[in-house]
Design a protein around this ligand. Sequence first.
Ligand code: GLC
Length: 447
Amino acid sequence: MSDSAAKERDRFLAGLAGLFSVSVSDLRGIIVGFHEDMAHGLAGERSSLQMIPSFVGRPTGREKGRFLALDLGGTNCRVLEVELDGRGGASIAAASRFVIPQDCMHDEGERLFDFLAGCIDSFIREHARRERRRERVLAFTFSFPVEQHSVSSGTLIGWTKAFTASGVEGEDVAALLSGAMKRRGLGSVRIAALTNDTVGTLVAGCYADRSCDMGVILGTGTNACYFENTARIGKFPGPFRSVEMIVNMEWGNFDRLKANRYDAMLDAASPNPGRQQLEKMVSGMYLGEIARLIIREMMERRLLFEEGYHPTFSAPYAFTTEHLSLLAGGCDEVFADLGLANLPDEDQAAMLEIGRLVALRSACVAGAAIAAVITWMEPGLEADHAVAIDGALFEKYPGYRHNMQAVMIELLGDRAGRIALVPARDGSGIGAAVVAAVAAKTSRRIA
Ligand code: GLC
């Protein structure tokens, strides 16, 4: 690369750093924006935060039993058998993972639910053959925005992430799954809980540790929930048995962030333009794609890859957050896997810098969002708060957690030490089982 081209590349990267930087005043603005939108959402007014009442209160830790759990949220679905020991301990007795075929994600919804019923059927056949006839209680974790009607029913407000299946929006997803299970001969499986993955993660965190009051997902998508005083949920007509209820914020839709031209390009080409602004800047489904858009532009301007054009960067979503994460962890084989063996050092450094900027902005926004929710719950920050967090971005992306914590210290000073970020792997399935345990008991009492 000539000297002048190298200079131009440096200028480009410096400009990029500006486009992706989040200043302290931006971070403070996120907190203010969150508090305003949380208040509007809870009151039932127009807001980018839907603040959905979950009908789920605080678990006691004494919930007990064996439950089936179905987890749908990304490109895989999982069926689990969860065992709760009644003393805050939970284990997964069996688990199977199924890849969701593309047509099930995008064609008629009935196909998707028939596929899910098929997964449950094959799980029961494999792991619990002898017990096939008895009634089974299922906890359904459905990781999309659902307007809950009860703890076990609710309508899909709108698909997020990569899903577009037709005939599901506006429908009760628990009823759709029940119908598919009946068609499959699984009429003896009863859905006792329909929960968002954040709610499951928080309940599981709280089942084990009562100081846990917030659940966060930082994976393919991103979202959070927390315990709210039921009296503060103005739009919830009640009654509810407990003074606290978990509210699913659907924070992925928060829309008061400073978007740049790459964010705009990504949004315009997405299946849900104009929605999920925060999710598109933060979550694992999108970080690789933002980086790809930058790399493509640099490639077109001849600022990267002197030898020519690399097809990987022309195909949407072909470059992933996992690639970025591996690169950030020093795994150089990724270059060869992408067809970029023998890439000059400067090109490698430029790609690493792009990944660093994109992931750093994500961690800053996530850290500020957590600070916003905790200070909403307790402005003085005098108590300890544990935040249960699940998702590969938090768990695996090198430096991500450290950057989130650094932002929280920047915003809250020493008081940030009150907030513990606790990894909560598999929490959503376990938590959904806890919710099912409470619901199954309550419905028996009512019957
Ligand atoms: C998306 C969904 C939300 C879910 C999150 C994490 O944001 O809308 O319901 O919790 O992804 O899976």
